[in-house]
Design a protein around this ligand. Structure first.
Ligand code: FES
Ligand code: FES
Length: 152
């Protein structure tokens, strides 16, 4: 049985190593904060961090994460950057239906960890793979800028 380090905790996962991480999280471990959207790396709903970088968990097998560190939306606020992003999301009332938002928060947090003062182009590039059918993009950009200011 593979063991994954999820949110700082070594966690045995009762699944084959070829199983996408998304199914390990949602189905095997009951961690439903990470969402299933397209299952094909097209929408970003399933975004988690692997060693701090945003990845699409619907197309990343468990085998790619053994011995690495996975962070999910459930623990993002335990990190200074993730907490600032989450606070900015609340302040700007970003979420509409909310379905895409855990993936959005994970991508935004990975961006601000890699680049403390992102330009508009940086934000557009980093967030391009996260689709929001409710169209919350304007509030997402404002919240990312606010989080960057709060962290400065
Ligand atoms: S569910 Fe993974 S990118 Fe859409
Ligand atoms: S808030 Fe509804 S899909 Fe983004």
């Amino acid at each position: 049985m593979p063991t994954l380090n999820i949110n700082g905790k070594d966690t045995p996962v009762n699944a084959d190593e070829s199983t996408p991480i998304l199914w390990a999280l949602r189905d095997t471990l009951g961690m439903t904060g990470t969402k299933f959207g397209c299952g094909a790396a097209l929408c970003g709903a399933c975004t988690v961090h692997l060693n701090g970088a945003a990845i699409r968990s619907c197309v990343t097998p468990i085998s790619a994460a053994v011995g690495q560190k996975i962070t999910t939306i459930e623990a993002v606020a335990s990190d200074r950057v993730g907490k600032a992003v989450q606070d900015a999301w609340v302040k700007h009332d970003v979420a509409q239906c909310g379905y895409c938002q855990s993936g959005q928060v994970m991508s935004a947090t990975a961006l601000l960890k890699a680049k403390a003062k992102p330009t508009n182009a940086d934000i557009d590039a980093a967030m391009a793979g996260n689709i929001c059918r409710c169209g919350t993009y304007v509030r997402i950009r404002a919240a990312i800028k606010d989080a960057a200011l709060a962290l400065a």
